[in-house]
Design a protein around this ligand. Structure first.
Ligand SMILES: Nc1ncnc2c1ncn2[C@@H]1O[C@H](COP(=O)(O)OP(=O)(O)OP(=O)(O)O)[C@@H](O)[C@H]1O
Ligand SMILES: [Mg+2]
Length: 368
């Protein structure tokens, strides 16, 4: 999966940007506030129908404009021609999504078409934030390698919502609760099964990628917590916790509480590692996921890496670039000075370098 062309309209200070002939590796450089991160946000909008910064679409749309639009043309290896993709969002929050000229209703379809991995300053929350971000990270990987997962996940979400509504309502009919508990146990076990299988593969691959990016961190390991006592089936855990659930009005145990722990021996990586080391762990996790997708024969995922050199010394920037260069994924990188990437990327010929200035984006000459 690779974007060949990208047209952006009314995203932050990018009023009208047209990029043709994108390369496998695209570098956007420019001074603070020039619009580099906004280029990555535009690609994210094309793949996810929303930004990765903040939750409100209004902040993304250029002031005084009614809507923003991103159009892309993507190619797939082995497939002929390009697939046009388009996303338009209005200030009121409406979304129009088109793939191959057809309107599609769900972001899941778009995400399947343009799988994206983002590495930004906000990515640190993957290690230091609450478990929700880690569950979403894990589920992203499962979603892209196991097609049955999404259906089970949706069933689980519906079921737990219903069960929690019943628990909150009070005056509970035990037979009704039993029906929801039984279904929840079935869907919960299914989700957990997919996650556990994927986690084993991820943790094995992570051991390789972290060794490549930071040999001194090779001893790190990942642990999976499924969200209930590992000695019990989910049905057993739900029955054991039922009186607490009834008392407090929600379901305590289950995949909705799963987590991944990154450990340095007995300690949590988030509490021990330096910022640069944390960034390397995040890169190792995200690159491992892309590799697993590629191994599973799925479309290559695309990497949006905001300010790649930030927090990294030159040697570690080089190791990250070498690992990216060894993969087939298309990459969009931002940095302040082009030299920061040119100095560490293994093959200069692969790089398309763009200068971003006051919301305008121009292909830069070789050593500009
Ligand atoms: N809704 C908006 N409408 C118009 N301009 C906006 C809007 N939101 C942000 N901007 C401006 O758009 C510019 C784009 O910022 P962006 O974050 O892309 O810059 P950057 O090149 O990544 O900078 P840095 O190096 O500081 O990260 C900024 O100058 C910002 O003030
Ligand atoms: Mg930026």
């Amino acid at each position: 999966m690779a974007l060949q062309a990208l047209h952006i309209e009314h995203i932050r200070n990018l009023k009208a940007v047209r990029l043709e002939g994108l390369s496998r590796v695209n570098v956007f450089y420019g001074e603070n506030g020039s619009g580099k991160t906004s280029v990555l946000e535009s690609i994210h909008l094309l793949g996810m129908a929303r930004s990765f910064r903040g939750s409100s679409i209004k902040t993304l749309i250029t002031h005084e404009e009614a809507h923003c639009t991103v159009f892309g043309a993507s190619s797939r290896p082995g497939a002929e021609g390009l697939t046009p993709l388009g996303v338009q969002r209005t200030r009121q929050g409406e979304a129009l999504i088109k793939i191959g000229g057809q309107v599609v209703r769900t972001v899941a379809e778009l995400a399947e078409h343009l799988p994206l991995q983002v590495i930004t300053a906000d990515s640190f929350s993957l290690l230091t934030g609450p478990p929700g971000a880690r569950r979403r990270f894990l589920d992203w990987g499962v979603f892209h390698v196991e097609h049955e997962f999404f259906g089970q996940w949706q069933r689980f979400q519906r079921c737990i919502k219903q069960r929690n509504m019943l628990l909150r309502r009070g005056n509970i009919d035990p037979r009704e609760l039993e029906v929801w508990t039984r279904d929840l146990a079935t869907f919960g076990e299914a989700i957990n099964g997919f996650r556990a299988t994927y986690f084993d593969a991820l943790s094995e691959r992570f051991a390789t990628t972290i060794k490549q990016l930071a040999p001194s961190l090779a001893g790190l390991d990942l642990r999976f917590r499924r969200g209930w006592d590992a000695e019990q089936s989910y049905a057993e855990a739900l029955h054991q916790g039922q009186s607490a659930d009834v008392e407090q009005g929600y379901t305590h145990a289950g995949p909705q509480r799963a987590d991944i722990r990154v450990m340095t021996g007995k300690h949590l990586a988030a509490e021990t590692l330096s910022r640069g080391q944390q960034k390397l762990v995040i890169c190792a996790l995200k690159l491992a996921q892309g590799q697993l997708m590629s191994d599973a024969g799925r479309a290559e995922c695309m990497y949006l890496i905001d300010d790649l050199p930030a927090e990294l010394d030159e040697n570690h920037s080089r190791l990250v670039c070498e690992l990216l260069a060894s993969m087939d994924a298309q990459v969009f990188i931002t940095c302040v000075e082009p030299q920061e990437i040119r100095a560490v990327w293994p093959q200069h010929k692969e790089l398309a370098v763009f200068h971003v200035e006051h919301g305008a984006v121009k292909l830069a000459l070789a050593e500009e």
